[in-house]
Every structure is written in structure tokens, then in C-alpha cells.
Design a binder for this molecule. Structure first.
Ligand code: UGA
Length: 434
């Protein structure tokens, strides 16, 4: 199949590349000339395990190419995916400027039947608006169908999620469009769920909100564990063993961050309010998430007393491991909370440092290039992102280098008993007496 993907961010680039990998011919369109030039010369703008090889292989096989021209994409494809950003506005609602602009641009060059697919996370009823816009701006009066096909990939394992999805949701109101969509997804051998467009759009926001709710649920339980001397890891194992609940997304920690959950939960709240059916439960999900970081800071203050002038090592700055994405990272918010209180923070991250520097996200923090460099003379070590690399550091050396051997594990990455045997005072999240 001939496919165009408009927007070469995380979702667009990974989706386009994986479509090429299964044999489709893909044109990735982006209006950022620098990004397109970089991609054309083989430079991948994001770190995502496995992606670079896949891009190179499919470019070499001539199944994948990059352009700044929407016309090129629309002319030379049967199906056009829109994968542009849908950033939040100050009231939490979604800014649909990019989607609307792309819809107008498609309309200006649309000559014959095409399927236009919304891949970006959008509020329910956006499909209807995209269709209205294209109809209004398309002088050729070409035939087209709009489809919603939400994406469920996670950063850090995006390629795997896309190649082996749990399900593929296609919201379509036309058999002609549906037949083309089924053909695109045939090689993926995953269950296809066909819905109307509005339901498909809602599935995405409802799914992300539910996952965030699971995280906030276990984080609220972690506070009770701390107060009662129970261990949240064991509690999570115990409830997660129930197949109806499941163990995933029950890892207590500093809370969720990233470019999706905070934005999507706020958007779903705004959508529910606009529809006159406010979703109060999600406000509590947000409150618990925020509170988790505050509880962690309190724990630091309770132990270290005054944070001002304390030398603190922080491991992890990305919003989660295996990515270089630092957008809405709880780790970065925490680091900035600490420096605001006057602490001297020395931070290390395996992949995120470059972006933190580029966007000046931690202006008062010293950024170093190894985990051991960060802990030299530190009065406490804080683990803010659970990179595997941190588990394999030589902790006897860490103990030797630190000024005072205190560990605050914001992601429950380490084993408390091992750390205590090595001479550390260890504080996890919700790990009362272990
Ligand atoms: C999330 C969803 O998981 C994807 O299904 C969805 O497609 C994507 O958003 C999106 O809307 O594009 P992502 O943001 O990449 O994916 O990352 P997650 O793995 O979901 O993690 C989100 C945050 O939750 C991270 O900060 C992570 O540290 C935190 N988290 C996750 C926890 O605190 N505890 C957990 O048990 C799991």
C-alpha cells in the first residue's frame, strides 16, 4: 500500500517506519526542514530502541522516504495519516491548531479519493471537524473518508508495541475506508476492533486515563503502606495477581509524567466538562500524582532536615527509562524543586542530558556524564528514573564516594535489604518496614 504520514514526531516516525518494515511504501512528511534533512541523511532525531536500524534498512530498500511537501504525500498515497502534535492549552483542553492546519493543507491538494486517518490523540468529535474542514477547503470536491486510528505505543518500546500490538482500533463510518485500513494492518496479525469514529477517539483518552488512574491508585496505597509499615511492592503483587486487575501499571513511585498522561488526563477532564458530564475522579488522579512528589520531598526534608546547601546526587532525568524524552518529566520537576530550596544538585542520566542542556530545563543543576561522578561527596542519592544501568552500578564504590550514605529511591528500583547490608540508609516509596 502507498501511505503518507504527516508529522515525523514519535508516533509518526515510528508508525511510518513500521509500516515500511512490513512492506508498505511510506512517505513521511514534516514541515520542519531541518528535521527532514537530518532524516534524509540518516540522522534520527529521537532515541528509541531499534528505530535507527529500522529506518536505515527501509530507506535503503526504498520503502521509506522523507519530504516537506504535503502535496507529494497526498498525490502519491492512498491513505494519509495525521500524526501531528496536539499540545495542551492553559485550561487543559487540547490545542487543535496543527490538526486543523494539516486538514486545510490536505484539502488544498486533494484531487482524488483518499482515506485521511487521525493518528494523533484528539478529543472525541475531532474526526467530524476534520471532515468538515476538508470538505470546506477542497475546491476539487474530491471524495474522501476520515478514519480514527488511535495509537497505543509507549516510548522506550515503541517499535515493539507497534509491531506486536494488543489490538488495533479502527473508527470508520465507511466500508471503502475500512477495507483499505484492514489491508494496511493485515501483516501485523493483531485483533482489529472496528468502531464508529467517536468511540475510537474516546478509547484513546479513556485508556490513557485508566492507566494513569491505576498508577495513582497504587501511589495512594503506597502512602497507606508507609503509614502502616506494609510494603507496596508486595501489595501490588497481591492485587495484581488477580487477572481482572493485572500487575502492570501498579508500580508505585514519584508519579507519572511524559508527553501523554498529564496532557491526556487534563484533556479528558476538559472534554467531559465541555460535554456537561464532568469526570471528577480524574481530578483526584491528578491530585494524587502531584502529591506523590510532595510526599517524597517531605521525606527528604524529614531526614536531611534543611535542604539548603546540601549536595544531592540525582540519577535519572527522563520521564521514564529507555528514552531521551524529558518532556513533563517528574524527575526534572523534582530536581528544580530541590534547587529552588537551595540544594546543590548533581545529576546524571544515560540518555537525557543532551535534551536537558538543549532546552535549559535544569538551569541550576550540574550535569555529569556518569552515575559515579554524580555521587561523589553527595549527602544523599535520589533515584528519579528507573534505568536498568543504575541497578548494575558498584554500590560499594557509591558508598565509598558519598559523603553520607543515604538513598532515596523514588522508583523502588533497588532492593532495600541489599542496600542496608551495604551500609546505606535506604528510603523507598511505600516500603514501610522492609
Ligand atoms: C503512554 C501509554 O502507555 C501508551 O499506551 C500511549 O500510546 C502513550 O502514552 C501515548 O498516548 O502516546 P508513554 O507516555 O510512552 O505511553 O509511557 P508509559 O510507559 O505509559 O509511562 C507513562 C508514565 O507513567 C511514566 O512517567 C512512567 O514512569 C509512569 N508509570 C508507569 C508509573 O509511575 N508507574 C507504572 O506502573 C507505570
Amino acid at each position: 500500500m502507498e501511505i503518507a504520514i504527516i508529522g515525523s514526531g514519535y508516533v509518526g516516525l515510528v508508525t511510518g517506519t513500521c509500516f515500511a518494515e512490513v512492506g508498505h511504501n511510506v512517505i513521511c512528511v514534516d514541515n520542519d526542514e531541518r528535521k527532514v534533512k537530518a532524516l534524509q541523511s540518516g540522522t534520527i532525531p529521537i532515541y528509541e530502541p531499534g528505530l535507527e536500524d529500522l529506518v536505515h534498512r527501509n530507506v535503503a530498500a526504498r520503502r521509506l522516504r522523507f519530504t516537506t511537501s504535503i502535496e507529494d504525500g497526498v498525490d502519491n498515497s492512498q491513505v494519509i495519516f495525521i500524526a501531528v502534535p496536539t499540545p495542551p492549552q492553559s485550561d487543559g483542553s487540547v490545542d487543535l491548531t496543527y490538526i486543523e492546519r494539516v486538514a486545510r493543507e490536505i484539502a488544498s491538494v486533494l484531487k482524488g479519493y483518499r482515506v485521511i486517518v487521525d493518528k494523533s490523540t484528539v478529543p472525541v468529535k475531532t474526526g467530524e471537524k476534520v471532515a468538515d474542514t476538508i470538505r470546506r477547503y477542497n475546491k476539487a470536491e474530491a471524495e474522501f473518508d476520515v478514519v480514527s486510528n488511535p495509537e497505543f505505543l509507549r516510548e522506550g518500546c515503541a517499535v515493539d508495541d507497534l509491531m506486536r500490538p494488543d489490538r488495533i482500533v479502527i473508527g470508520a463510518n465507511s466500508d471503502r475506508a475500512l477495507a483499505l485500513m484492514r489491508k494496511i494492518y493485515e501483516p501485523f496479525m493483531a485483533p482489529v476492533m472496528v468502531t464508529d469514529i467517536n468511540s475510537a477517539e474516546l478509547i484513546k483518552h479513556a485508556a490513557n486515563s485508566f492507566l494513569a488512574l491505576k498508577i495513582s491508585y497504587i501511589n495512594a496505597v503506597s502512602a497507606i503502606c508507609e503509614a502502616s509499615g506494609a510494603d507496596v511492592q508486595k501489595v501490588a503483587d497481591g492485587i495484581g495477581a488477580d487477572k481482572r486487575i493485572g500487575r502492570s501499571f501498579l508500580s508505585a513511585g514519584l508519579g507519572y509524567g511524559g508527553s501523554c498522561f498529564p496532557k491526556d488526563i487534563a484533556a479528558f477532564i476538559a472534554i467531559s466538562e465541555q460535554l456537561g458530564t464532568p469526570f471528577h475522579l480524574l481530578k483526584e488522579v491528578q491530585r494524587i500524582n502531584q502529591n506523590q512528589r510532595e510526599r517524597f520531598l517531605k521525606k527528604l526534608r524529614d531526614t536531611l532536615w534543611v535542604l539548603k546547601e546540601k549536595r544531592l546526587a540525582v540519577w535519572g532525568l527522563t520521564f521514564k527509562p529507555d528514552t531521551d524524552d524529558v518532556r513533563s518529566s517528574v524527575a526534572i520537576e523534582l530536581v528544580n524543586d530541590l534547587t529552588r530550596e537551595g540544594a546543590h544538585v548533581v545529576a546524571y542520566d544515560p540518555k537525557g542530558i543532551e535534551k536537558v542542556r538543549e532546552f535549559k530545563l535544569c538551569p541550576d543543576t550540574v550535569l555529569v556524564s556518569s552515575a559515579l561522578d554524580a555521587v561523589r561527596d553527595a549527602e544523599a542519592l535520589i533515584i528519579a528514573t528507573e534505568w536498568k544501568e543504575f541497578e548494575n552500578v558498584d554500590f560499594s564504590e557509591v558508598r565509598r564516594l558519598m559523603h553520607t550514605p543515604l538513598i532515596f529511591d523514588g522508583r523502588n528500583l533497588l532492593d532495600p535489604n541489599t542496600m542496608r547490608d551495604l551500609g546505606f540508609q535506604y528510603h523507598g516509596i511505600g516500603r514501610g518496614t522492609v
